[in-house]
Design a protein around this ligand. Sequence first.
Ligand SMILES: Nc1ncnc2c1ncn2[C@@H]1O[C@H](COP(=O)(O)OP(=O)(O)OP(=O)(O)O)[C@@H](O)[C@H]1O
Ligand SMILES: [Mg+2]
Length: 758
Amino acid sequence: MDIGGLKVGDHVVKEEGGRRHLIFACKDCPYGASIADDLHCRYHIISILSEVEADLIVLSEVYERVYSKDQTAMLAEIATMRQRLNVESVWSYAHLGKAGKECEQYFSERHDTLVKIAHDLLAFDPVLAYLTLLKEIKIEESKTQSQGKEYADCSKPYFDTLNLLKQRFTETTIILKTKDFLSKLREIPETSQLYHGIFEADVKPSFIGSRLMFKEMETLELLDEYTVKKATVQIFSHPGKPENLYFINPPEYTLSPEKYFVLSKTREIVAGYRPGKTSLSTVAKSRRYFERLYESTIKDVAKQNNIKLESDEIIELAAIVARYTVGYGILEILLSDRRLTDIYLDSPIGQKPLYVVHSEFGQCQTNILYTEGESNSLISKLRAMSGRPFDEAHPVLDFDLPDLDTRIAVIGPPLSPDGTAFAFRLHKVTPWTLTQFVDVNFLTPLAAGLLSFFIDMQATMLITGSRGSGKTSLLGACLLEIPQNARIIVQEDTLELPVPYMKKVGFNVQRLKTRSPISVSKTETEVAPEEALRTALRLGDSALVLGEIRSVEAKVLYEAMRVGAAGNIVIGTIHGDSAYSVWDRVVNDLGVQNTSFKATDIVVVARPIRFAGSLRRHKRVVQITEVKKHWSEDPEREGGLLDLMLFDAKKDELELIEDNLKESELFKKISKTSGLSMKQMWADIRMRAEATAFLVSLKNKHNLPKLLEAENTTVCKNKLILLKEQQLRESGKIDYEEMLGKWKYWVKNTFLQRFVDK
Ligand SMILES: Nc1ncnc2c1ncn2[C@@H]1O[C@H](COP(=O)(O)OP(=O)(O)OP(=O)(O)O)[C@@H](O)[C@H]1O
Ligand SMILES: [Mg+2]
């Protein structure tokens, strides 16, 4: 927060995010800038709090210490109490004892004691003031006992005053919080430790908006620790919270004062060469350019101020400056942690910490409090980069940050009445493969074999599930099962599917980008999804992939499928939670006719499962269902939905429903078009399943995660296809066992060597 011009010890009240920040200028203050550590600091703050009202206290030094609403309220309570005692003048004559000569001998001492407790100590160290009061009460009690009735009479007003003070003290939160602990002590303790328990502040460098909270660390259990971009990440479980905690500690929050000086100076200087709005979209690309520019400024600043910096320190500082000028600030570190799948910034910003979804530890609360200021500057950056409007008339911004492999959705008022909110979805850097899904138990090998077979046999497939259930990821993995000689057309509104990667590993893919239906912008030049689909259909015989079916394009798609004009393979995702809900959505919401809907062969359902009531969610495929063709109104009532595989949560297994296979119309249809018998088809499916399981077991045996990456699984899959062709050429038929044996031999003895040698 900018407090330029304030002298040491001065204060100012600034409003941000609907809260009043009472900011103290503490740089060069001879006392420590900490409520817990320094009694002068406490005294100063409590004195000011009796004059001004504030929600938060900020001690601005090199770093800013920010004290929360509750902490501020605790100090304000003391300030009010002190002021009231002052008005009541509890140390005045009437409070010291009974009027009269005998009694007056005690007055001077009593006056001093009361002033000390109710005025001085109260502001320096309220806990000590309270303890001093208790001690005085004890002394008075024992004096009364030993000296008899006369003394008691004379002391009554004083004793009443002490008890009044005691009552006032015990009404304050600080004393309530520490009372139990204090009652167990025999001697007056070193109170600063107590204050540490109550007044731990959030810390942040002054030029960064986001605050980091480091509270109650000692009660937490550390689950994992790793580094991202030189920032330490710690995952904790909290005894009283269902979700885990994600604590990040970036280097810029713990720099030495000298480095911090260089950093803030450099930032001041380079603020001048910030690029204009128009060139912001190219900023991501020229990041290195800016970092180099900053490196030379840092060198100059360090030299002028006689600060010695090593070259790697200069590089580190330049990266930090870039992060807070042309980058995305502290968010950038989170976006670089690819173990996260989502980041949520809810409105109103600044009141709740950021939330993340960790691929291993589920939803976690972070220690980051983002600010409105940061959120506004992020929005202007996003606006410039996307070239799209974002205001009251266009309250939704939904697009891809390609440099960070992240999809971002922003909503603002009036849609989000409490202010702007952000959701970031971090894509996996490389696409998911079916083998990886088997490895993380999303699928069983048999399910992977079945899906791969259906795609090969040109079935029409819809993948459904709730938000974040893994639909798009599964669609991406299925794309990799399309034979590489096929031409693929991918249509999406946000570019999520791994098209560039697929091209790199040898697929023939054409991408069509359509207008996002949830963006309300009128000025966009992008093509509407239904128009794009008509174009796609004209592009000829191809596999057609629809990122997400959301609205009217469904009609165009199903009409084309019904008349057999939709190419050979059609796959896509759609929101829903079961095969039945997909039918309901497509027919009842999107207006597709029942007869057309029957062009769907398979519905795959993904769902996050909470095992045995645990709060952790595990992504699973829970249903693979065939859509049969002989029904007329409601597929469920008329037995039109045939489950081929169903999830059993007790066993954590997606099970084959063998009894249903006999009724399958799809297998019969495939048999007709391919000439394969039921036995051969299942031999083929099991071979694919075994091949998948084999790669997963090799990966685990050799600790080779790379083996399951698409670049490698595609090579292995192609080899299997080649072996099949070879067998057909040589003997006219396929021996699946023999073929699998040959393939395994090749994988182990030829393919694996690529990795083992290195
Ligand atoms: N089986 C899995 N195990 C762990 N993480 C997964 C799995 N499948 C997907 N993910 C991750 O979960 C996140 C959400 O996946 P994805 O985008 O595929 O979901 P979605 O259902 O398409 O979501 P949306 O409804 O928002 O479109 C991604 O970061 C992805 O990498
Ligand atoms: Mg999706």
